[in-house]
Write a protein that binds this ligand. Structure first.
Ligand SMILES: NC(=O)c1ccc[n+]([C@@H]2O[C@H](COP(=O)([O-])OP(=O)(O)OC[C@H]3O[C@@H](n4cnc5c(N)ncnc54)[C@H](O)[C@@H]3O)[C@@H](O)[C@H]2O)c1
Length: 333
């Protein structure tokens, strides 16, 4: 089957290889000419310089990508998603199945990708919408290391179609759910706690502290997902806690790395700027804080991280704010 991927960075090109391994023809659209040339002429992954199947092609043309397939994978950073979808809305002329694999919340609006899609693309052109997410470092999947994802759609047939498209019996296993909000929200909000975990490590706090922040952070992720309308069990699944486990202590995670730099004294802008790929977690902290405030949910770690990223307190002051809270009973629900 032909499949188009919009955004051929670390994740988009990695998914292209998995889809190619499963017998599909993939066309990637990226706006970076060097990436397009690298894929077409050298058959190399643009970030990892590893060989990828020669059948994977790339283009600068959005028109060409849309004409190539009726299955469109959206893999640009969330901050670029509205621009990409608006460009698509101007040329789309038949129904497409949209698969979103980005993990983030739109800056300024705090909207999820399914909400942006509904606003921008005429419903007569949407065959279905699937959010595909889970614990997955591109650095590992590109080496065909075993990975599991969740395919979420309100349309069961669409969720199953994507499950079948990506799954293979060698290294990739996909589960399904109907909880789109839970999968989209969990994948985005866990980045907030990954940054906090990185900050703690950067400050030289030990593994005890990191375990505390991650565990107490889980409670906050679940609360935000549920406040947005997602299911608690989804937040506890692969796309929520599963993804937090893989993100919150790994140097392969740019959110963890960004936190590490902030914890060792870099400003937020310096830390984000020093990572030459998208860091979705800063926006996740801001969005989660706003959601908590609106819904009157107690989110001590996220609120403290918010004060830190807004420049109100530094990392040391943030830590003493958390430590000086009144003592509590351990309760998750
Ligand atoms: N890297 C991972 O391991 C991983 C895993 C799962 C999900 N994700 C998510 O996937 C999304 C993308 O991550 P990434 O790691 O590939 O980021 P990246 O920064 O490596 O790549 C983003 C790509 O999007 C391209 N792009 C930007 N604007 C574009 C546009 N208007 N049209 C077409 N291409 C455009 C960029 O040129 C770049 O190639 C993020 O939301 C991330 O959270 C990443």
């Amino acid at each position: 089957m032909n499949i188009s991927i919009i955004g051929g960075g670390a994740w988009g090109t990695t998914l292209a290889q998995a889809l190619s391994d499963n017998g599909n023809l993939v066309l990637i659209r990226d706006i970076n000419n060097d990436f397009v040339n690298k894929i077409n002429n050298e058959h190399l992954h643009p970030f990892f310089d590893l060989e990828i199947p020669a059948t994977i092609k790339a283009t600068l043309s959005l028109d060409e990508a849309l004409n190539f397939s009726d299955v469109i994978i959206l893999c640009v950073p969330t901050k670029a998603m509205r621009i990409v979808l608006t460009d698509i809305s101007k040329i789309i002329n038949n129904k497409k199945l949209f698969i979103n694999v980005s993990k983030g919340i739109e800056p300024n609006t705090s909207k999820r990708v399914s909400e942006i899609l509904d606003e921008v693309i005429d419903s007569k052109y949407i065959e279905g919408y699937v959010a595909l997410s889970g614990p997955s470092h591109a650095e590992e999947l590109i080496l065909r290391k075993l990975t599991a994802l969740v395919s979420a759609s309100k349309n069961e047939a669409a969720a199953k179609k994507v499950q079948k498209l990506f799954s293979n019996d060698k290294y990739l296993r996909v589960y399904t759910t109907d909880d789109v909000i839970g999968v989209e929200a969990g994948g985005a909000i866990k980045n907030a706690i990954a940054i906090v975990s990185g900050i703690a490590s950067g400050m030289g706090l030990g593994e005890n502290a990191r375990a505390m922040l991650i565990t107490r952070g889980i409670k906050e992720i679940v609360s935000v997902v549920v406040a947005l309308g997602g299911k608690m069990e989804t937040a506890y699944g692969l796309s929520g806690i599963g993804d937090l486990i893989v993100t919150a202590s790994s140097m392969n995670s740019r959110n963890f790395q960004c936190g590490l730099k902030i914890g060792s004294g870099m400003s937020i802008d310096e830390a984000v700027g020093s990572i030459n790929q998208s860091v979705e977690g800063i926006r996740a902290i801001i969005a989660s804080y706003e959601i908590g405030k609106k819904n009157n949910i107690e989110l001590p770690i996220i609120s403290t991280a918010y004060r830190l990223v807004s420049g109100e307190v530094n990392a040391k002051e943030a830590l003493s704010l958390l430590m000086s809270r009144s003592l509590k009973e351990e309760r998750y629900w």
